[in-house]
Design a protein around this ligand. Structure first.
Ligand SMILES: [Zn+2]
Length: 157
């Protein structure tokens, strides 16, 4: 039986938070902590799904990524929420939904982390994987800034 779980929506354009998870402290703290990434070198806003698709392809073509994470590339679909990218996780290949207006490159790394640890929501393992992806695909300055921001915002990782 195919179980499809709609996982939380990550801020795509700064300042928007998922109110349906208002009681989830780790999630809200992680969203808050991620905002530090907007100011980091290597942080790029991908202006449409074509750019997002090229970025996603480059992640899944990366030899380090392929060696460490044996997952199928999620299908990129259109998000029906104007300012939100989110992931749909399922047993057999998931999806990443992105609005027409695009999203930050690190939002795509956040979404890919969901597909690597599909049963952790925004837990410790998710946060660890996100740091690893940010370090590899952005740079160590960005991952250090995110790590410090996790500590400051009481994100468990
Ligand atoms: Zn998320």
């Amino acid at each position: 039986m195919k179980r499809v779980v709609l996982f939380l929506l990550i801020l795509c354009i700064g300042g928007n938070f998922n109110k349906s998870e208002a009681n989830n402290n780790q999630t809200n703290q992680l969203y808050q902590a991620e905002r530090v990434l907007m100011d980091q070198k290597g942080s790029v806003f991908l202006k449409n799904r074509g750019e997002v698709n090229r970025y996603l392809n480059s992640i899944f073509a990366d030899s380090w990524f392929k060696k460490n994470f044996k997952i199928q590339k999620p299908q990129l679909i259109k998000s029906d929420k104007p300012d939100w990218a989110f992931s749909v996780l399922s047993g057999a290949g998931g999806k990443i939904a992105v609005p027409d207006s695009g999203c930050w490159n690190w939002v795509i790394l956040h979404e890919v982390a969901h597909h690597i640890v599909p049963n952790d929501n925004h837990g410790r393992n998710f946060a660890k994987v996100e740091l690893i992806l940010i370090e590899h695909f952005l740079n160590s300055g960005a991952s250090n800034a995110l790590r410090q921001s996790f500590k400051k915002n009481n994100v468990k990782f």
